[in-house]
Design a protein. Structure first.
Length: 198
């Protein structure tokens, strides 16, 4: 199985008052050429699709173009939100995209979105975990102790019913630290997730 992993596209990013949109469009075209050559079985887009929660019209058009090109190639695409994305804006049109083989998990709704597909070795379960906050997860599990981001992700994974004997892939946009840290860590405004919980 061959999967192409993308993340942190940050479409619409501006650096020192200079728009990166033309460079981003160029890179996305290069990725499309790579897809044409390599013929991956699927594309994983692991969050921070946009650079801002309220993306510019230009940024939305660039993503629309890229997703249409992926749909035209009939390559299955699995996309989640990151901490820079707006759940609602990234979710827009998701049911239409799903009918064209593009699966978008932008908001946690109490369970992980799971897609199952097969290759020559059997089934693979692909779990899509959008970027979450502890308060979002607590809504669905009021009986659980969820006071931190780390605890929220632990509860999500525990409740997902993942068969550890099966082949599983988790698509997530997380800052994962080694198993020895005891204190909470933040990097770029994102809380850490201990590797012990993954």
């Amino acid at each position: 199985m061959r999967l192409l992993h993308l993340a942190d596209l940050h479409i619409g990013k501006i650096v020192n008052e200079f728009s990166m949109i033309d460079d981003q469009r160029y890179i996305l075209d290069e990725i499309l050429h790579m897809i044409d050559e390599q013929k991956p079985d699927g594309i994983l887009i692991a969050g921070d699709v946009y650079d801002k929660a309220v993306p510019s019209e230009e940024a939305v058009k660039v993503l629309d173009y890229f997703l249409r090109e992926l749909a035209d190639r009939s390559v299955k695409t699995y996309m989640i939100s990151g901490n820079h994305d707006s759940d609602e804006r990234l979710h827009f049109g998701s049911s239409f995209f799903e009918s064209h083989g593009i699966y978008i998990a932008s908001k946690y709704e109490g369970q992980l979105c799971r897609q199952t597909f097969s290759d020559e070795y059997g089934e693979v379960n692909l779990y899509l975990m959008p970027y979450v906050k502890a308060s979002q997860v607590k809504r669905f599990f009021p009986e659980e102790e969820i006071d931190s981001y780390d605890q929220a992700v632990r509860v999500i994974l525990k409740s997902a019913g993942i068969d550890e004997k099966a082949r599983n892939i988790l698509v997530a946009h997380q800052f994962v630290t080694g198993g020895t840290e005891q204190e909470d860590i933040q990097f770029g405004g994102s809380e850490n997730l201990s590797v012990r919980n993954v």
